[in-house]
Design a protein around this ligand. Sequence first.
Ligand SMILES: Nc1nc2c(ncn2[C@@H]2O[C@H](COP(=O)(O)OP(=O)(O)OP(=O)(O)O)[C@@H](O)[C@H]2O)c(=O)[nH]1
Ligand SMILES: C=C(OP(=O)(O)O)C(=O)O
Length: 219
Amino acid sequence: MTLPVLIPVNRLEQAKGRLAPLLTEAEREELALITAETVAHAAGADAVILTADPRVIERMAGRYRVLAEDPAVHGLNGQLERAIARLQADGTVADRLLILHADLPLVRGWTIATLAEEDDGPGCVVMVRSADGGTNAMLLHPPGRFRLAYGPGSFERHAAAARAAGLRVVESPNRELQLDLDTPADVAALLATARGQQTAAGHYLLAIGADRRLAAAQT
Ligand SMILES: Nc1nc2c(ncn2[C@@H]2O[C@H](COP(=O)(O)OP(=O)(O)OP(=O)(O)O)[C@@H](O)[C@H]2O)c(=O)[nH]1
Ligand SMILES: C=C(OP(=O)(O)O)C(=O)O
């Protein structure tokens, strides 16, 4: 069964603001592009990139399906709901949809496959919580039963809304989906493991000396 994967990608100049103490603006933009590539690659033919950024569109178009944001809609939640409606209307989305953040450096194809196995059938929502209480991944079976509520601390809001809509909430302990790259502590966590260092984001962060900057900040 195919699982469409909707990946919202923020405008690069607005992305990764909480990494400003560690990375320059150009570095944050490059890191955001690198992790978006990683996530899109993991989703492969099921990926649908949602963005308003011309560089992201240029980089992804041709390899992945890309939806441009609707300029008449305000905010991430409205954009996602608009995109889901478009994907339902054209038949891309039927009974299941995974919304996946674009800043997950450890995600692989099998990570998504493993998450999909935690879906126990119609009426199920599988969610992955980030360190700061966000919703890094949310598999909706089906989509459209409650309003999306991304923003700080969204995991608890999504879980409560899903339960209020009569859905079963499964919190996945999927470690590869729990790590996002919002803060210097997240970067440190990625670089603390050999596996993390071997990711595309890890390679880039080591190449620009983010490990040395983190160490210097601690002394
Ligand atoms: N298309 C789209 N994606 C967004 C928007 N805002 C955030 N995102 C994406 O939503 C996911 C979660 O974003 P965050 O990690 O909270 O935010 P961010 O864009 O990195 O910015 P910071 O809050 O500065 O870290 C990521 O995949 C972002 O790329 C938006 O306005 N439009
Ligand atoms: C804003 C969110 O994500 P995070 O804070 O984890 O980046 C969210 O998932 O709603």
